[in-house]
Write a protein that binds this ligand. Structure first.
Ligand SMILES: Nc1nc2c(c(=O)[nH]1)N[C@H]1C(S)=C(S)[C@@H](COP(=O)(O)OP(=O)(O)OC[C@H]3O[C@@H](n4cnc5c(=O)[nH]c(N)nc54)[C@H](O)[C@@H]3O)O[C@H]1N2
Ligand SMILES: Nc1nc2c(c(=O)[nH]1)N[C@H]1C(S)=C(S)[C@@H](COP(=O)(O)OP(=O)(O)OC[C@H]3O[C@@H](n4cnc5c(=O)[nH]c(N)nc54)[C@H](O)[C@@H]3O)O[C@H]1N2
Ligand code: SF4
Ligand SMILES: [Mo]
Length: 720
């Protein structure tokens, strides 16, 4: 991997223009939060070619297989072409006009509002949506329907990191940038399997390691020996859920070693004294018991992290998807603050985003607690500003925080939510305890699902299915893990009557009588309206326009008028808290929610494989991608396999207190810790009714972030 930015800005713009003259347009990969730059092209309105953008600072010409094989995924046979009306009872479905479909959605929403008030309506979106869609979905729910019941699958993904950033820094902003990779000496990777899930970024880390020689160290904290862990200098196979004890211990031992940055702590932070008091409990020998790791290994990790120059901590779902997800994230941030690893090259606590535009939703107010421009529903001033911007009378926006994803399921069960509008997510595969989710959805009066494919597990539970145009068939912006906003250009025609998500939202808004507030000539006009709402805020992007984005491979926020964007945050060590100081927040040590007992003696970890994307609506259609892992599987340690008399390849059933996952072949491997098993969650009921991982996972969630503990379910494994 070459070093970042081989070309200057002008050269990049020239190269881009030359390609555009030959029919290529710029885009960004719609899968993961790395945000690889692409050049794409269509023939006769159909996407025909996808290539890596060689001049793009994120990927410099690299792609993983998923990105390289986008064309067959987008052009798959089961694209949804027309609005459908379905009978949930019989499964019968018929094609209807847009007018009919939109009219039915609007009258369902209107009836619910009249009979039970606006909080009986719920909009559930996703990081597959573009920032403009997110913004409009929120404008409709929070401003015009009058409910804050708008949440997104990012709740299952980054809510814990969001809450931790807000607590520690005052605002939800990942401080580091990919450019820090080439300048870091130590990489602490916690609960992230980057080799599989952020592959192009991991290539940059490997390149840094090759280039930096012995000085560059990689420490991986993961109960499994993943391909990421295999490439590490130190792998810490932590007991699932025990990350806080490990991270606190590393901090304490670094303190004893004299490696903390006392000046940074004194000048730029608060809360150190209280935090310091709890640390002696985490002496390495004691933490060894809690974490299941040798004390020596903890000491080594502490020394390397704190004394080897700039350290970058990257984290993802092994941290966030936990009942102590916020505490784990805080422990990571504390470690960075105490060692001064923030605001300087090669350093920082850096949470990785999962989906291509998970970050855009955080910015534009896509969560049940947020409003556009990093504003909060709970803040009266924030509400008033947005009401004025949207031309609404004072007090129009409800002060009640909306329902989050799991709370939506509970509210459906209680009969409080009657209309659910799902866009760009497949919750019958991705939400925990999917049997319960299915039963809850069945209680709704109206289920609307807006997707690009049909059938999906969730479109099959809908009354009305709305066809969405997707990536390459529409334009829009998204933001990757390093706050880089990119413009995705349109090259292809949507199939049949499919429409961009923003247009569908505008049509429903119009049918609800809010046409004037949702009358946009283009996606760009939505962006311009949203952009204005960031003026003077921490994520000010008033300097970003579609025109500017066409000339650049993305811009990192903040980017106020006249600026060219910001690579790294907090270089002046001033934080957006009331005191300007970053806060040490004491993280609690708590056991995961699901209890391991003799009936359920094993811990199920769930996660991903390299060549599949989530619920497989796209990657599952690509023959080449299905080759590496054609079926779901269960990894089990040889000791546990022996106890159960299991041989590799044998079919098993995985049973939890919620349900069962049946007919999975086992893979006997010491890559998992004894007492833990691992299954990917990609395969849903359409693959095989019995193999849905989320049939067994728990909906227990972190009290502060409301993010569910998708990484820890007590199970037993039975031979079939
Ligand atoms: N190929 C591919 N790439 C993807 C995706 C995909 O579906 N496929 N999805 C994207 C999305 S939305 C996301 S959010 C990211 C997710 O990216 P990752 O977070 O890397 O993905 P996971 O495999 O879910 O989980 C990461 C690791 O957490 C570990 N883990 C489990 N419990 C614990 C624990 O208690 N502590 C620690 N330290 N680790 C633990 C698991 O063993 C697993 O290896 O990937 C993105 N990239
Ligand atoms: N057990 C377990 N469960 C998990 C996780 C885990 O690690 N373990 N991870 C969680 C995480 S981090 C995430 S992010 C979620 C992901 O879970 P989901 O969001 O359910 O996964 P996707 O398959 O990405 O769903 C996206 C849907 O949007 C559709 N789509 C694609 N493009 C467009 C578009 O432009 N417009 C519209 N309207 N639709 C479109 C796709 O066809 C697909 O049906 O899963 C969560 N669930
Ligand atoms: S690393 Fe992520 S963004 Fe890059 S090509 Fe692969 S899936 Fe797409
Ligand atoms: Mo995610």
């Amino acid at each position: 991997m070459p070093r970042i930015l081989l070309l200057g800005r002008e050269e990049v713009a020239d190269a881009r223009q030359a390609r555009e003259a030959r029919g290529w347009k710029q885009s960004t990969c719609p899968y993961c939060g790395v945000g690889c730059g692409l050049s794409i092209r269509a023939e006769d309105g159909v996407l025909s070619e996808v290539q890596a953008d060689k001049a793009h600072p994120v990927n410099c010409g690299q792609l993983c297989a998923k990105g390289a094989l986008l064309t067959p995924a987008i052009n798959a046979d089961d694209r949804l072409r027309h609005p459908l009306l379905r009978s949930r009872a019989t499964g019968e479905e018929r094609r209807v006009s847009w007018e009919d479909a939109v009219g039915r959605v609007a009258s369902g929403i209107r009836d619910a509002i009249e009979q039970r008030g606006p909080d009986s309506v719920m909009l559930y979106g996703s990081g597959q949506l573009m920032t403009e869609d997110y913004y409009l979905f929120g404008k409709l729910a929070k401003g015009f329907i009058g409910t804050n019941n708008q949440d997104t699958n990012s709740r299952l993904c980054m809510a814990s990191a969001v809450a931790a950033y807000q607590l520690a820094f005052g605002k939800d902003a990942p401080p580091a940038a990919y450019a820090d990779i080439e300048q870091a000496n130590t990489f602490l990777i916690v609960g992230a399997n980057m080799e599989s899930n952020h592959p192009v970024l991991f290539n940059r880390i490997k390149a840094r390691k090759r280039e930096g020689g012995d000085r560059v160290k990689v420490i991986v904290v993961d109960p499994r020996r993943t391909r990421t862990a295999e490439a590490a200098d130190i792998h810490l196979p932590v007991r699932p859920g025990a990350d806080v004890a490990l991270l606190n211990s590393m901090l304490y031992e670094a303190m004893l070693g004299g490696w903390l940055d006392g000046r940074f702590i004194a000048d730029h932070t608060e809360g150190w004294e209280q935090f310091r008091e709890v640390l002696p409990k985490f002496q390495a020998e004691r933490a060894a018991v809690a974490t299941g790791l040798p004390a020596e290994a903890i000491l080594d990790a502490a020394r390397i992290y704190a004394s080897n120059g700039p350290a970058l901590t990257l984290w993802a779902m092994g941290v966030n998807q936990s009942t102590s997800g916020v505490d784990k994230s805080l422990a990571i941030i504390n470690l960075a603050l105490a060692t001064g690893n923030i605001g300087k090259p090669g350093a920082g606590p850096f949470s990785l985003t999962g989906q291509a535009n998970a970050m855009g939703g955080r910015e534009a107010g896509g969560l049940a607690t947020s409003l556009p421009g990093h504003r909060l529903v709970a803040n009266p001033e924030d509400r008033a500003e947005i009401e004025r911007a949207w031309g609404l009378p004072p007090e129009s926006i409800s002060a009640r925080p909306g329902l989050t994803a799991i709370e939506m399921v509970e509210a459906l069960e209680r009969g409080e939510v009657k209309v659910v509008w799902i866009a760009g997510t497949n919750p019958l595969v991705s939400l925990p305890n999917s049997g319960r989710v299915r039963a809850a959805l069945a209680k709704a009066d109206l289920v609307v699902v807006q997707d690009a494919y049909h059938p999906t597990e969730t479109t099959l539970a809908a009354d009305i299915v709305l066809p969405a145009a997707q990536w390459a068939e529409r334009e829009g912006t998204l933001t990757n893990s390093e706050r880089r906003i990119s413009l995705l250009e349109r090259v292809a025609e949507p199939p049949g009557e499919a429409l961009p998500d923003w247009q569908i939202i505008c049509r429903v808004a119009e049918a609800l009588g809010h046409g004037e507030a949702f009358d946009y000539p283009s996606c760009e006009a939505i962006f311009d309206e949203y952009r204005e709402l960031t003026r003077g805020r921490d994520l000010d992007i008033t300097g970003v326009t579609y025109a500017a984005l066409r000339r650049a491979p993305g811009v990192q926020w903040p980017c106020p008028e006249g600026s060219r964007g910001t690579e790294r945050l907090y270089v002046d060590a001033v934080f957006p808290t009331s005191s300007g100081r970053a806060r040490f927040v004491v993280p609690e040590v708590a056991a995961p929610a699901d209890e391991v007992t003799s009936d359920y003696p094993l811990v199920l970890l769930t996660g991903r494989v390299k060549d599949q994307w989530h619920t497989r609506t796209r990657t599952g259609k690509v023959a080449k991608l299905n080759k590496s892992e054609p079926t779901p599987f269960l990894e089990i340690h040889p000791d546990d396999a022996r106890g159960l008399r299991l041989r590799g390849g044998q079919q098993v059933r995985v049973v939890s207190r919620r349900g069962a996952m049946a007919a999975l072949p086992v893979r006997v491997t010491s890559n998992v810790r004894p007492g833990t098993v691992f299954a990917p969650f990609h395969w849903g009921a359409l693959w095989d009714r019995g193999s849905v991982a989320n049939g067994v996972t728990t909906e227990a969630f972190d009290a502060r972030s409301k993010q569910p503990e998708l990484k820890f379910a007590a199970v037993r494994v039975e031979a079939l």
